[in-house]
Design a protein around this ligand. Structure first.
Ligand SMILES: [Zn+2]
Length: 260
């Protein structure tokens, strides 16, 4: 196994050799630069996505981590200062060029991980076009089950702490705990307060994307961050990475049979 599996940190001969040695899967995340309540920094999804891509690549084996797309579709957060949003067409143009480049170098499987709720639907919608854009023999996969991600977080937090009902999907106990693992110096636990705490149903998500998050929750939090901890964060990272890598393993196996 090469010592390094993060593409940006490798030299071109190292990448070439890795591909020759069968490292023919590339993983990258599509995240966001957006508000995460008063107690967390704007790069929560971006840093979480980077970590997820690395964890998933390690679990898949013979996989390299390609650069993340660190801005995403965040229109519903734009009333909060600092958020940067790109249009779904811009995200698609970026993802398309990423996938095409990777396929031209010989990657056979390209796995996309959205680490931001607003990217799930756009990525699901563009998947067929990404598949058409790559070289024959390359498959593009994306994890697009937002509800599944919420369920996984809820279960992980519940099993670790009994506080599963504090998961609301944004700057909540799960994301705050993950940041306690990744960047504890940037988490201001003392000012962490609940936001929208009703159950986050598909109807609520639909409303949130339509009217903007601030209409539902003035402080920008969906759920409740109180009770955050490093063990919860580690559990969320492990559970989510396991679920996504299992998903990709299943997809790759299935596509190998049908051949892309
Ligand atoms: Zn987030």
């Amino acid at each position: 196994m090469p010592k390094e599996i993060i593409l940006e940190r490798m030299t071109w001969p190292q990448v070439g050799k890795a591909i020759e040695d069968g490292y023919d899967t590339a993983v990258f995340s599509c995240s966001a630069t957006e508000q995460h309540g008063p107690h967390l920094p704007l790069f929560v999804d971006a840093e979480h996505g980077e970590r997820m891509a690395l964890e998933v690549a390690r679990r898949l084996g013979k996989a390299l981590v390609a650069p993340s797309i660190r801005v995403g579709c965040s229109e519903h957060h734009m009333t909060f200062p600092g958020t940067i949003s790109i249009r779904a067409e811009t995200l698609e143009a970026l993802a398309l060029d990423y996938c095409e480049s990777l396929s031209r170098h010989g990657f056979k499987n390209i796995c996309i991980i959205p680490s931001h709720g607003g990217n799930f639907a756009p990525i699901a919608g563009m998947l067929d076009r990404l598949r058409e854009a790559v070289m024959p023999g390359t498959c593009v996969f994306a994890f697009t089950d937002l509800d599944g991600m919420m369920r996984a977080w809820r279960n992980a937090v519940q099993e670790e702490s009994g506080l599963g009902n504090r998961v609301g999907g944004h700057a909540d106990i799960a994301e705050s705990s993950i940041m306690m693992v990744l960047h504890p110096e940037l988490v201001d636990e003392n000012i962490a307060e609940p936001g929208f705490t009703d159950p986050v149903t598909p109807e609520v998500l639909d409303r949130m994307f339509k009217v903007g998050l601030q209409n539902l929750t003035p402080n920008g939090v969906m759920g409740d961050p109180r009770g955050m901890s490093v063990p919860i964060g580690l559990r969320c990272i492990d559970t989510f990475a396991g679920m996504i890598s299992d998903f990709f393993v299943g997809q790759i196996r299935k596509e190998k049979k049908d051949s892309c």
